[in-house]
Design a protein. Structure first.
Length: 529
């Protein structure tokens, strides 16, 4: 079979599109038939291996219904004794490689996930579909050409983004800047600098990376701190002067497409468009599942992928009940049973010899519609809602997510470096305490509190009800010392921490993390009530 790169080189665009993007033309009935067929194939592999028999508690399901009734839901803790040691002989399929994502502080450094040759092979065209979707304007429109240049701005393998980069490299569908073999040996900052130097020499058509990094790079451009030879930017400088503004990446490169990684993509999409000239394509996936869903060329809801994982959905009420009662096994729905507007915790079972069975990723998603009417896609559409453990309940009126809080901070106009937030109790009242580092000393805590509070009210009606019904203004702000977050990252680097553990989480930081932010630099911390 021809590689994707060969199809592109030979101009066999229709065949390329069908192999990569044809899943969007499935009916929901066809989608479910694929799901059920591949699950039954996976069950036969699970029954023959030690891990499968252990996870399934000796159950011997022969149908999808029996599988869902007899096999318990799982988390990584169920697999840790096997996967942390990367035991190959207990798995349903022989690993081609191992990927990892961040672990749990104090328990394990990484969550190691095996990837079989078949998983790798089947995921390649879906990763290529991301390139086709972010560059096209309509169904079947193939804008990519052989040797289009793509900046390598992702974390290298064994992180998922690096594994996906290898998939594209194996298919020879883009040329990475710098090349994958070289990029994987370089530190992140050096890799970006080298990539931009090459992009200035050779051009760049595709940018894929973490959305917050795209914004940070754009800011450095406009501030003249991009660390690149300004003589090579004369054309871009001229364009920016004509527009009477600082230089932006879009003045230098006219990109065919952008792929945004990370759940913060919706927060930054407008700024990315302003800086880079295009909206980023949002993709939902994780190391445990690879790609679960992706936007298409209309940049609206994300369409589920049928043939990488078996998908189940825990209704929000069931998820919350299981969080309160750890012994409770919540009920699940299949994709043809979900409802538009409802939120669900997502559960996956790997296909093709993968290791994870009825695995709770820990994410809550929202079904935005049961189909994409405009593009005639007969598959439910989704958006990422939150991490299940990132919901902050305030007075029983609202459960705020990282995304909502982040949007409120962005819309407040506060020029910030970074932030973190958690629920606290002050004077017997629930408080949403925002710890924020600003880029200038011109802000007062009360001013930031007022701005962010008003934006939260606009974004979340239930939050607004706290004030109107209870007379409470639950938000409080603590201003952190300059470079507090940077100091924490440097401390983690000095301690040998991995990339995944360098930053403080935005939601529910530990006491130790907050103590370092407040006291680590031995500066005055200003707080609003």
């Amino acid at each position: 079979m021809a590689t994707l790169g060969e199809l592109l080189k030979q101009g066999r665009y229709e065949e390329l599109w069908q192999r990569c993007c044809g899943f969007i033309d499935l009916s929901i009935e066809d989608f479910m038939n694929i799901q059920k067929r591949l699950l039954l194939e996976q069950l036969e592999l699970l029954k023959k291996c030690e891990l499968g028999r252990y996870i399934m508690n000796g159950a011997d399901p022969h149908t999808v219904e029996e599988f869902r009734e007899q096999v318990p839901l799982t988390t990584y803790a169920d697999y840790a004794p096997y996967l942390l040691k990367r035991r190959r002989n207990v798995l349903p399929g022989k690993p081609l490689m191992w990927a990892h994502t961040s672990g749990r502080s104090g328990e394990y450094f990484y969550k190691w996930i095996p990837i079989t040759a078949r998983q790798y092979e089947e995921a390649g065209p879906i990763v290529a579909a991301l390139l086709l979707f972010c560059t096209c304007k309509q169904r079947g429109d193939v804008v990519l050409r052989q040797h289009n240049k793509m900046l390598y701005a992702a974390a290298p393998a064994p992180y998922l983004s690096g594994v996906m980069g290898r998939m594209l490299d194996d298919e020879s569908i883009v040329d990475f800047l710098p090349p994958v073999d070289k990029a994987e040996k370089m530190e992140f900052a050096d890799r970006l600098q080298e990539g931009f130097k090459l992009a200035l020499l050779e051009g760049m058509e595709i940018f894929g990376g973490i959305s917050s990094v795209m914004v940070a790079i754009g800011e450095r451009f406009s501030q003249g701190n991009a660390n690149i030879d300004i003589k090579r930017l004369l054309k871009g400088v001229a364009k920016s002067k004509l527009a009477h503004r600082p230089i932006l990446p879009q003045d230098v490169w006219s990109l065919k497409g952008i792929i945004g990684c990370g759940t913060d993509t919706p927060v930054f999409e407008d700024r990315i468009k302003e800086m880079w000239g295009r909206y980023p394509l949002e993709v939902y996936g994780c190391t445990e599942a690879s790609v679960v869903a992706t936007q298409t060329w209309d940049y609206q809801g994300m369409t589920f992928v049928p043939h990488l994982n078996f998908l189940e959905f825990i209704p929000e009420k069931e998820s919350l009940r299981s969080k309160e009662d750890r012994s409770y096994q919540p009920k699940t729905l299949l994709l043809d049973e979900v409802k538009a507007g409802e939120r669900y915790e997502i559960v996956i079972t790997n296909f093709y010899g993968g290791a994870l069975i009825r695995y709770r990723i820990g994410d809550m998603i929202r079904i935005t519609s049961l189909r994409n009417e405009q593009l005639n896609i007969d598959i439910p559409q989704m958006e990422f809602y939150s991490r299940v453990d990132d919901l902050i309940d305030i007075a029983g009126f609202t459960r705020l997510t990282e995304g909502i809080i982040w949007r409120a901070i962005e819309r407040s106009g506060v020029d910030y470096a970074d932030w973190t937030v958690r629920k606290e109790v002050a004077n017997s009242k629930p408080t949403l305490r925002l710890y924020i580092e600003t880029k200038t000393d011109s802000y007062r805590p009360d001013d930031i509190t007022s701005r962010v509070h008003e934006q939260l009210k606009k974004l979340d009606g239930d939050y607004a009800n706290i004030e109107s019904f209870l007379g409470l203004k639950p938000l409080g702000v603590t201003l952190l010392p300059k470079d507090a977050f940077q100091a924490y990252m440097l401390q983690q680097q000095a301690a040998g921490a991995d990339l995944a553990h360098l930053k403080i989480p935005h939601i529910n930081p530990s006491d130790g993390m907050l103590d370092f932010l407040i006291n680590g630099s031995c500066r005055v911390v200003v707080t609003s009530s």
